[in-house]
Design a protein around this ligand. Structure first.
Ligand code: CTP
Ligand code: MG
Length: 230
């Protein structure tokens, strides 16, 4: 008998969006006609291989989160933390308590446009490694410097890493529980620090993160970027 691994998703929506600013955190602001969080929640909850979608939210964000996901298959809300890493750690612990999960996709709510092909590729890659990330090759020139450029950096083999990041659940839970380093910007780095292999699958410009208020310019219209199929 073949047992199919249980795959769940965790969307991180517990940030305050301080660089974007404004009255409500960016993940609840409208982009292309919907609250930002709703876009990736729809993509993950509709994917046939994902059985549950957990959403980490901050204290006091309940009303906005409920409103953002109104009418969709019920989300499982978990309490986020003061930093992204803490939100992931608390989310993983809640998921471990809630039931069976063999694999997990960890995703930033701030990356609303999530192609289903990326989800497919990540899940497939987990057959071969305990971690997988979507990434795009760096195409600009890279250099170090302060006021003037001082040193050119070879961009060969350099990647812009996105989310969702996919992991064998037990491995990423252990990585978070044991982590003593500085604040990492993503989870793959924590698996790598334990010697876990992380595969690269093709990323997408659609997955770029909303970080500054200018990232919202032009993307409030439902038809914007429709060429990408979203
Ligand atoms: N995040 C989280 N818990 C935190 C901090 C961040 O769940 N304590 C989430 C954010 O909601 C976001 C993702 O992690 O979806 C990526 O973080 P980032 O883009 O840095 O969002 P914020 O931390 O909200 O923004 P800022 O750093 O500008 O305050
Ligand atoms: Mg942040």
């Amino acid at each position: 008998m073949v047992t199919v691994p249980i795959t769940v998703a965790l969307i991180l929506a517990a940030g305050s969006g301080s660089r974007v600013g404004g009255d409500i955190p960016k993940q609840f602001r409208p982009v292309r006609g919907k609250p930002m969080l709703r876009h990736s929640y729809e993509a993950l909850s509709a994917h046939p291989s994902i059985s549950k979608v957990y959403v980490a939210i901050g204290a006091g964000q309940e009303a906005e989160a409920f409103a953002a996901l109104h009418g969709l298959p019920a989300a499982i809300f978990v309490q986020g933390g003061a930093t992204r890493r803490e939100s992931v750690r608390l989310g993983l612990k809640a998921i471990a308590t809630d039931g069976d999960a063999d694999r997990i996709l960890i995703h930033d709510a701030a990356r609303p446009f999530l192609p289903s092909t990326v989800i497919d590729d990540l899940i497939k890659a987990l057959d071969e490694a305990p971690g997988a990330v979507p990434a795009l090759p760096v195409v600009d020139s890279l250099s170090r410097g302060d006021q003037n450029l001082s040193e050119t950096v070879d961009r060969a083999h350099l990647w812009r890493i996105q989310t969702p990041q996919a992991f064998a659940f037990a491995d990423i839970l252990a990585a978070h529980e044991d982590w003593t380093g500085d604040e990492p910007t993503d989870d793959a780095r924590m698996l790598m620090a334990r010697g876990g292999q992380v595969r690269i699958v093709p990323g997408s410009e659609a997955l770029n993160k909303f970080t500054f208020s200018t990232d919202f310019a032009g993307s409030t219209m439902p038809s914007f970027r429709s060429g990408n199929g979203f």
